[in-house]
Design a protein around this ligand. Structure first.
Ligand SMILES: Cc1cc2nc3c(=O)[nH]c(=O)nc-3n(C[C@H](O)[C@H](O)[C@H](O)COP(=O)(O)O)c2cc1C
Length: 202
């Protein structure tokens, strides 16, 4: 009887520990860790030094954006770069105008509807342009810049405002404005890890 109880206790303990699923931290090479660290340390930056972003770095950001995956590889995007004060300020009449006026660089990520898929798949342009946006944010963080994604689409008023302010071609739909510069603030990245938001089909 004692043996049976001991056995049942052991089985129960094994069961509990396998349910708890302790986190398994992988051992990464320094290069792998650096890539992951770049993702984990990215955080929205909304205050910048009064210092221009060099053209070579702007191209680094744009190349990163265009490296994003897109549905059927359509790359249905267009990037409007504003690096002159008077051009960036064209965007300042909307929400967050104060922040816009202080940003040394703005990249308006647009969907190009002449390149978008047809039918139900048309709206994939949003995911494509969002993937490009995140790539730009990550590239900015990697090269010591700080950026924030400011949302435009799908809010019609904001879409019209940006379109009119920049006299965009009517085939372009602005998804967001990324404001970029050298960070004047260094907020701690938010820890968003939450295992409750993960489920597994066993
Ligand atoms: C679709 C989208 C729209 C956003 N719009 C704005 C915005 O208009 N203004 C702003 O300051 N931040 C904006 N953000 C940034 C979020 O506020 C920010 O990502 C969020 O608070 C999490 O903080 P983190 O980026 O530091 O991790 C936007 C982010 C996304 C993805």
């Amino acid at each position: 009887m004692t043996r049976i109880i001991t056995l049942l206790t052991l089985v129960a303990l094994v069961g509990i520990s396998s349910c708890a699923q302790p986190s398994q931290q992988a051992t990464l090479t320094p290069e792998q860790q650096a890539a992951i660290d770049n993702i984990m340390t990215r955080t929205s930056i909304r205050s910048w030094e009064d210092k221009a972003v060099p053209a070579e770095l702007v191209e680094v950001l744009l190349r990163a954006g265009m490296a994003a995956p897109t549905a059927v590889n359509r790359q249905p995007w267009h990037f409007v770069v504003l690096d002159k004060r008077e051009k960036i300020d064209l965007l300042a009449s909307g929400r967050g105008g104060g922040m816009v006026r202080k940003a040394p660089l703005a990249i308006v990520v647009c969907g190009d509807m002449t390149l978008a898929l047809e039918g139900d798949a048309r709206e994939f342009w949003v995911q494509d342009a969002s993937a490009a946006t995140e790539n730009i944010l990550l590239a900015a963080n990697a090269v010591g810049l700080g950026a924030v994604w400011t949302g435009v689409y799908p809010i019609a008023d904001r879409v019209n405002q940006v379109r009119e302010a920049l006299s965009l071609n009517e085939s372009l739909v602005p998804l967001c404005v990324i404001l970029v510069g050298y960070p004047h603030e260094h907020p701690t990245p938010k820890d968003k890890w939450n295992p409750d938001k993960v489920s597994r089909l066993n």
